[in-house]
Ligand binder design. Sequence first.
Ligand SMILES: NC(=O)c1ccc[n+]([C@@H]2O[C@H](COP(=O)([O-])OP(=O)(O)OC[C@H]3O[C@@H](n4cnc5c(N)ncnc54)[C@H](OP(=O)(O)O)[C@@H]3O)[C@@H](O)[C@H]2O)c1
Length: 320
Amino acid sequence: MKAVFYSENGGPEVMQYGERPDPTLQDDGVLIRSEAISIEGGDLLNRLISPPDPVPFIPGYQAAGIVEAVGPSITLFQPGDRVVAFNWCGSHAELFAAPECFTYAIPESLDIALASVAPIAFGTAYDALIEYGNLQPGEFVLIQGAGGGVGLAAVQIAKAAGATVIGTSSSNERLERIRSFGLDYGVNYRDEDIAEKCLSLTGGSGVDLAVDLAGGKGKELLVKALRPHGRYAAVGAATGEIPSFSFFELIGEMLHVFGVSLGQEMHTGRVRALVADIFAKLEDGSYRMPIDKTFALSDAVAAHRHVAESHPFGRVIMKP
Ligand SMILES: NC(=O)c1ccc[n+]([C@@H]2O[C@H](COP(=O)([O-])OP(=O)(O)OC[C@H]3O[C@@H](n4cnc5c(N)ncnc54)[C@H](OP(=O)(O)O)[C@@H]3O)[C@@H](O)[C@H]2O)c1
């Protein structure tokens, strides 16, 4: 099969495109012929900082396509089914192997490209805000990185939960576009002080929950923006810099810091039901996810570079 692969960490240029052996179909696995491959924020972060294993490493978490073959113990799927699947690697390829428990049927009326970008973005946002973030109607939530895939999903879920939604992005034009997804107040992180703006919007109290998708130095501002006993969701590090907390920082602000790792829970009945609900909401139009641009899989270097450097709005996908 044709696939994208790399053997060392680095920028998009470390990726090559060429012939690789087909993935092995496991007894409890599904082999999918990919039609739409989502480029996830985690794919970029992995390429930058996670040592590739095995080498050469085929990156990618999530893709949608048609079931080509199933292992002997599979009961939920058969060849020809339209599915989207998660796995820890391997989606940047013509064929993608995933365990049955990480594979989800796509409803007939849902566009396959839209399905390819949905489970991780909306599932992660839901867990950060609702399942573990305990967001309540009337609370203030700050979403750092509101124009990305998880960010746009988070804006919609937070608004639907009855919260006042503050989001950050790199330009006023992007913030304006996010408004139609439910953003109440935008903060341009390039020329505004996030903490000052949040304190002013909350009458000096601070926000109740901050969802950090960017990491890096911005984390300090999120901590300042939170109220005492506020909740900080450690979700992502789109800046490529992993944030950390000191003991006195936690005590001084009386913070509740919690982590989200959707991939570790995607096999559970809870997340499978959540994904079915996400699909239903995409079908009835309550959720939206713009697809900023579509690249050929053979142009993966340009596609990753676009995500890393051009500030796409929503998701970028590739087609084999
Ligand atoms: N823990 C989990 O289970 C989990 C699941 C999914 C994703 N993630 C992580 O979450 C992060 C976001 O994922 P994604 O798929 O949404 O990525 P994405 O679509 O590439 O979006 C990244 C966002 O980060 C923003 N950003 C970049 N630099 C920033 C800065 N200095 N300050 C504030 N915002 C900044 C960008 O905003 P602008 O374009 O406006 O600059 C963009 O909206 C990634 O690090 C990913 O690994 C974690």
